[in-house]
Design a protein around this ligand. Structure first.
Ligand code: FAD
Ligand code: MLT
Ligand code: ZN
Length: 472
């Protein structure tokens, strides 16, 4: 565990006392107030941050959560909202001794409407459970990511998570129709809606999508879920250059257009780490510097497969695609997706891993990987890139045997300067959290950051919600 919170000065918050704990026990019941074995709540997924919280609260309803926050606000006790704790920027764990408010118990799918496609779900529902329930009604949750077995839908919305299908369904600002959130003072803000179209004033629900628990705690939400596609086909292809990758992406948009549902990139180094770490994975082809996963979802399997095969033949005729395989068999489709999903875990488990999650203009999408590899030289063991090419979102990862100042200074702030010069975004999907708070200015100017601070003060005048995060 790398402790990077030593320099943080505790804010001017009250100290938790026995009276507070008894009050919470009365509100929630003793079983839902934890004071022991809190490691799982204190340590972040990347094991880079260990907080020192002495208390975890698990409210079971919006009313209970409202009573908890009202007390915390009156007493000036700091709080960190926590979903599945799979976030990659240290946003979901305490930095000092903040009380952890876990949404684990608020985990029900409240309704799924097969006609409208609208599902209403509590924030603590695990994404995979929500997806299975939607599937039973013939619907698809328009969000899928490698952490689906642990992350919560509320955590996804709070980080505006992207994942594998943004190219098809857009981001959560579009799919989430409404939210209910409890504010710092315990007020319940009902912004639930069952309609795509609602222009009654400011679109306040969007403030909660991606604000990482700094403005309020989401308790439930309504989501528009598309009807499930009858047929899913997946191609795994090998390419010789990034130029060929771009040509292939343009061709996919042109030739697969309405059925294209995912377009992912994995470079050879990233793939090799996953294959070395997890022997059960089988890559269908090997020996290329770049691989793409191109998925189609449509209503006619045979027709879609034919289109996908034609697209591959065309790419091969033009020497853009070197080799590839196509499958529509659900088991095989899953097996290939597993390779992509294990890439981040492989890198995290291999050794210390600097993770970057940046939006870059497509023409300059991959150059930073080569530049970074040169900058790091022997200090790094792997410098690789993969990610959501279809959304211009690169995951640049730098692995090293152990974290040293020398490698840290080669990598940061260079990665942010490079991204900023290209007018990219320093966080495409994981958010700012704790790890990136000192770098926000690379993507937002001073005026924008001042307005963000003012908004934060308005929603949370005592600054009790997720302090030390997002705004330095
Ligand atoms: P947490 O980690 O618990 O919390 C994340 C942030 O949201 C914190 O700031 C927390 O305070 C806040 N929060 C949580 N719940 C609430 C709530 N109810 N109300 C208010 N604030 C709340 N991310 C992507 O975007 N795309 C990917 O493809 C992707 N793939 C991943 C793959 C793996 C293997 C892993 C480990 C992570 C991946 N992530 C990805 C990152 C992460 O899974 C997402 O950010 C996810 O949305 C976090 O959900 P969570 O429930 O774990 O939230
Ligand atoms: C992914 O797309 O795999 C995730 O965002 C996690 C990562 O960046 O590694
Ligand atoms: Zn991602």
């Amino acid at each position: 565990l790398t402790q990077i919170t030593d320099h943080v000065q505790r804010g001017n918050y009250a100290q938790l006392n026995d009276k507070d704990v008894s009050h919470f026990e009365q509100l929630l019941g003793k079983n839902h107030v934890l004071t022991e074995d809190l490691d799982g709540y204190n340590v972040c997924f990347l094991k880079r941050i260990r907080g020192n919280s002495k208390l975890v609260l698990k409210p079971g309803s919006t009313a209970e959560l409202a009573a908890v926050l009202k007390h915390c606000n009156e007493r000036k006790l700091a709080v960190v909202p926590q979903g599945g704790n799979t976030g990659l920027v240290g946003g979901s764990v305490p930095i000092c001794d903040e009380i952890v408010v876990s949404l684990q118990r608020m985990n029900k799918v409240l309704s799924v409407d097969e006609v409208t496609g609208i599902a209403i779900v509590e924030a603590g529902c695990i994404l995979e459970n929500f997806s299975l329930r939607a599937q039973e009604a013939g619907l698809t949750v328009p969000l899928d990511l490698g952490a689906k077995a642990s992350c919560h839908i509320g955590g996804n919305v709070s980080t505006n998570a992207g994942g594998l299908r943004v190219v098809r369904y857009g981001n959560l600002h579009g799919s989430v129709l409404g939210v209910e959130a409890v504010l710092a003072n315990g007020q319940v803000l009902d912004l639930m809606s069952n309609f795509k179209k609602d222009n009654t004033g400011y679109h306040m629900k969007n403030l909660f999508i991606g604000s990482e628990g700094t403005l309020g705690i989401i308790t439930k939400l309504s989501m528009l879920c598309p009807h499930e596609s009858k047929a899913v086909n997946l191609a795994f292809i090998g390419l010789n250059s990034f130029d060929d990758v771009l040509k292939t992406f343009v061709s996919a948009k042109r030739n697969l257009g309405e059925i294209l549902s995912s377009c992912e990139l994995i470079d050879e180094r990233a793939l090799n780490v996953a294959l070395e770490q997890y022997k059960f994975l089988n890559a269908p082809i090997s020996g290329y510097p770049f691989y793409m996963l191109i998925e189609t979802s449509g209503s006619n399997g045979a027709h879609d497969e034919e289109k996908l095969n034609q697209f591959i033949s065309l790419g091969m005729e033009r020497d853009e695609i070197r080799d590839g395989t196509v499958t529509g068999e659900p088991g095989k489709v899953q097996e290939i997706w597993k390779i992509r999903e294990m890439v981040p875990l492989g890198l995290i488990e291999k050794s210390f891993c600097f993770k970057y999650d940046i939006s870059l203009p497509l023409r300059d999408f991959y150059s930073i990987v080569d530049v970074m590899r040169d900058r790091c030289g022997d200090l790094a063991t792997v410098v690789c890139g993969y990610g959501h090419l279809g959304d211009s979102n690169l995951h640049l990862n730098v692995n090293c045997e152990r974290l040293t100042d020398e490698i840290l200074h080669r990598v940061e702030p260079f990665v942010y300067e490079y991204t900023s010069k290209l007018r990219g975004s320093i966080s495409a999907e994981h958010g700012i959290g704790f790890l990136k708070k000192d770098y926000l200015h690379y993507s937002k100017n001073a005026v924008a950051i001042d307005w963000m601070r003012d908004m934060k003060k308005m929603f949370d005048p005592n600054g009790i919600l997720n302090p030390y995060k997002m705004l330095a």
